[in-house]
Design a protein around this ligand. Structure first.
Ligand code: GDP
Ligand code: IMO
Ligand code: MG
Length: 427
């Protein structure tokens, strides 16, 4: 069976933590899009892992795949593999898709140049070269792992791409910061080390599937960062939704058995663009401080606001969640009242769907349902589960479940595996 874990908002919903948890019952865990713009945090006992490229199942020792839909910076992958070895984490088989694209130094440089030029339209990227690498893929001047490990193909493709970038950067007043010779030297070494991991991962995933094994697909970013459906142009450059799982892993749509949407109990956003429920007051500071809302990759403060069900219901339309998992419920403890956005009004009219026009989105007035606040002691909830929650917190979870009409698969009240209360497995 193939199950998919996806973010329903703007990323950082705790997908990594849930992937690690559900990986306990999986045979294979797959990333299918994005690159090291992702930062997935897993806490095991006193140890914290912050994964950028490796699927979160790696901490459970599962076999893992970096799928064809990913853009992979080999230097970061080497770092991650080195860190796991240094921390004596026993890893399973690691496979990298031969069709995944390689991030090169000029992609990172281009990311910085373009952000600077975009002014108010910049997304506030992670600066990791993600957008330029995907742009090269679509322009058909990208370099895939199949090319990286074939010296002749690598030379031919790098010659062409480098010349194009050199002309482009020079027209914008920039020299290339890394020479072609340096790239060849550095990347030939990556190719030598990583070649044994490179394979046709679509074939591999299909063979696990045919053997009746359990496969978990781990989304990166969130639905509203999707290149087609997210808040364009403040989004990322890949398809983060369930459809992206098919193209990015190389599997047919009907092979997907279950889709779990991760819903943070409030809203966060790292980067620019409209956030209708954003709070600029003491309540926003409460969420940021109590939730430690700083970007895993860049350390930037995350913008915080009330839970926005307009975001989550649009995400449900795109992904069809079989279940939702509400995370970080503990962060709402200690507030006098808690609000949930259930609709948007614009010019006095209620909007039926999520707006595509960013000016409209920046002008909407959220319609809120308000709940009394609550407090709880986490140890009591770890011991007693849902029944031990105060009534107000139970009502909050039930409201989300009823309003979206999606079964609640569990909720969490802390970063650890033990602080995550699951009602159902996803296999
Ligand atoms: P991802 O990108 O979706 O995997 O999420 P991140 O790891 O970037 O961000 C989630 C953050 O919240 C991490 O620091 C987690 O350790 C932390 N976290 C996860 N679940 C909970 C929870 O239920 N409560 C609290 N307080 N923190 C949590
Ligand atoms: P995880 O997987 C939150 C945001 C960036 C920026 C926009 C484009 O940890 O949830 P990019 O570098 O992708 O070109 O940046 O997307 N962004 C994320 N925000 N969580 C992430 O990943 C993100 N990955 C990218 O802040 O606004
Ligand atoms: Mg993250």
């Amino acid at each position: 069976m193939i199950s998919v874990i996806l973010g329903s908002q703007w990323g950082d919903e705790a997908k990594g933590k849930l992937t690690d948890l559900y990986a306990a019952n999986a045979d294979l865990v797959v990333r299918f899009q994005g690159g090291n713009n992702a930062g997935h945090t897993i806490v095991v006992g006193d140890e914290t892992f912050k994964l950028r490229l490796l699927p979160s199942g790696v901490v459970q020792g599962r076999d893992v795949v970096l799928g064809n839909g990913m853009v992979i910076d080999p230097s970061i992958l080497m770092e991650e593999l080195g860190e796991l070895t240094a921390r004596s984490v026993p890893v399973g088989n690691i496979s990298i898709s031969d069709r995944a694209h390689v991030i090169l130094p000029y992609h990172r440089q281009e990311d910085a140049i373009l952000e600077e030029l975009k002014g108010a339209l910049k997304a506030g990227t992670t600066g990791k070269g993600i957008g330029p690498c995907y742009a090269d893929k679509v322009s058909r001047i990208g370099i895939r792992f199949a090319d990286l490990i074939d010296p002749q193909a690598f030379k031919e493709k790098l010659d062409t791409a480098y010349a194009i970038k050199e002309a482009l950067f020079s027209s914008l007043g920039h020299d290339m910061t890394v020479s072609k010779q340096e790239i060849v030297r550095e990347y030939s070494e990556y190719a030598r080390i990583l070649a044994p991991y490179v394979t046709d991962t679509s074939y591999l995933i299909t063979s696990y599937h045919q053997q009746g094994k359990r496969i978990l697909l781990e989304g990166a970013q969130g639905t509203h960062l999707d290149i087609d459906h997210g808040i364009y142009p403040y989004n990322t450059s890949s398809n983060t939704i369930c459809g992206g799982a098919c193209t990015g892993a190389g599997i047919p749509p009907h092979s997907i058995g279950r889709v779990l949407g991760i819903v943070k109990a409030y809203t966060t956003r790292v980067g620019t663009g409209p956030v209708p429920t954003e709070l600029h007051d003491a309540q926003g500071r409460h969420l940021a401080d109590k939730g430690h809302e700083f970007g895993t990759v860049t350390g930037r403060p995350r913008r915080c606001g009330w839970l926005d069900l307009m975001l989550v219901s649009y995400a449900h339309r795109l992904n069809h969640f079989d279940g939702i998992f509400v995370t970080k419920l503990d962060v709402l403890c200690g507030l006098e009242a808690v609000k949930v956005c259930v609709g948007y009004e614009h010019n006095g009219e209620s909007l039926a769907t999520f707006p595509s026009n960013m000016r409209v989105l920046s002008e909407v007035t959220p319609v809120y349902t308000e709940f009394p606040g609550w407090d709880f002691d986490c140890a009591t909830i770890v011991a007693g589960g849902f029944d031990a929650l105060p009534d107000a917190a139970k009502d909050y979870l039930k409201f989300i479940e009823n309003e979206l009409d999606i079964p609640l698969y569990g909720f969490s009240i802390g970063p650890k595996r033990s602080e995550t209360i699951t009602f159902r497995d996803i296999f």
